[in-house]
Design a binder for this molecule. Structure first.
Ligand SMILES: [Zn+2]
Length: 417
């Protein structure tokens, strides 16, 4: 378990090594879920952890767990995040959290062995499957199945745009298993992906709540026609309907945001059929999401979106079908966990403040079944889901120290309900 190199150097060397897997020319990574490159990052992680005496297992939906049993029969403190990425994603999103969890676990294991102490819990590091949701929807798929929010069978039968199922893709990279994990607590560290920590000059964010989010898949149905020969009055232009929906979403964010509660809306994917220069579109598939910190503000914005859809159907003479939806409420993290984290940061002399997360994370699911602590480190200029995503070495190392301190306290039994 001993380090041959100083722990900070070992972390940075491992981070650089991990960042070469699926590296893109622009300095990011492309490791979409269950692709061969995602398989490579899983194999790399397995090698790292097995090299330090951990056992590595996969569950029914490809979640990867590296386990170190310290107390036979005790449940696990799980530290985790995700190694998959967006296409042309940054190298920090998720990967930082998995590797920080791994190094925190290694440091604690070494410390416990040196001191001859027996902790209250065992320790595991998780790489949750398909957090990003770009190849297979929805996002946070692995942790949703793990926490019972999404049936495993439904996740496994989900297909990518080429018709490949999750099950097939996981089998192709050899990471489909049947392991089950007895979890007691969860902690995750992630890059902020926003700029509040940087703006405030803080090193550690203590996440106090998630934003509520309503994510919808819409299909706008029109009718294919000749772009030159069809008079305007006869058109059922799916692209006009879909575009109107994009504009409506932006207007709703502007109109419904209050000083206390922001509304954030976006359209992240847009697929036009048949997407030909001389054809009025017959169908557009798009995703729209509406987010807010306040449930009432979110409900009002959501109601407005659905009212506007009726208007758009009339104006563009199209039919808008609402497909799958993925909804989570604005929910607080465990107060005792935030206090434990604040005390840990104070102990280490790290500046900290509370933050809310705009993005979903695996901890969003985990916190609903076990005591959970969520931490952030700063993102330079808040840039994320972008190859230019950046967190400084210093902030990454402070984050590893922080997670180690937090996990050490949890292992000692400070945070078990
Ligand atoms: Zn992430």
């Amino acid at each position: 378990m001993a380090y041959e190199t100083p722990p900070d150097d070992a972390f940075l060397a491992d981070f650089r090594s991990l960042s070469t897997i699926g590296a893109t020319a622009g300095g990011g990574v492309d490791r979409q879920a269950a692709t061969p490159v995602d398989g490579q990052s899983r194999t790399w992680f397995r090698g790292l952890m097995e090299g330090h005496g951990f056992d590595v297992h996969y569950d029914e939906v490809g979640n990867q767990f590296a386990l170190l049993q310290l107390v036979p029969g005790a449940p696990y403190l799980v530290l985790g995040s995700h190694l998959d990425s967006q296409p042309l994603g940054g190298r920090f999103d998720g990967a930082y959290g998995v590797l920080a969890g791994a190094h925190a676990a290694l440091r604690l294991a070494g410390r416990l062995a040196a001191e001859g102490r027996t902790p209250a819990l065992n320790i595991a590091v998780a790489n949750w499957f398909n957090e990003e949701g770009c190849r297979f929807k929805p996002s946070m798929m692995g942790s949703s199945v793990f926490t019972g929010k999404l049936p495993a069978e439904q996740a496994l039968q989900t297909t990518d745009p080429h018709g490949v199922t999750v099950q097939q893709a996981l089998e192709d990279i050899g990471t489909h298993g049947d392991f089950t994990l007895d979890i007691a607590c969860y902690a995750e560290i992630h890059i902020e992906q926003g700029r509040s920590l940087e703006d405030a000059g803080l090193t550690i964010g203590l996440v106090e709540s998630t934003w509520g989010a309503n994510k919808y898949e819409f299909v706008v149905h029109g009718e294919q026609a000749h772009t030159g020969a069809t008079v305007i009055a006869d058109r059922h232009d799916a692209l006009l309907g879909a575009s109107s929906l994009v504009v409506a979403a932006r207007e709703i964010a502007e109109q419904h945001s209050t000083d206390d509660h922001m509304v954030i809306t976006s359209c992240g994917e847009f697929t036009v059929f048949p997407n030909s220069p001389v054809v009025v579109a017959s169908q557009v598939k798009l995703l729209v999401d509406v987010r807010s910190t306040d449930a009432d503000v979110l409900a009002a914005a959501d109601a407005e979106l659905h009212r506007r859809i009726a208007d758009i159907e009339q104006r563009a003479d199209v039919r808008i079908e609402r497909g799958a939806e993925h909804i989570w409420d604005a929910k607080a993290y465990d107060q005792a966990g935030m206090e434990l984290a604040a005390a840990s940061a104070d102990e280490l002399g790290l500046s900290h403040g509370t933050v809310r997360t705009l993005a979903g994370h695996d901890s969003t699911n985990l916190k609903d079944i076990v005591p959970t602590i969520m931490l952030f480190v700063p993102s330079v200029e808040g840039i994320s889901h972008n190859e230019r995503e950046l967190t400084s070495d210093e902030d990454m190392l402070d984050g590893v120290r922080m997670l180690t301190e937090v996990a050490g306290r949890v292992l000692a039994g400070e945070f078990v309900r």
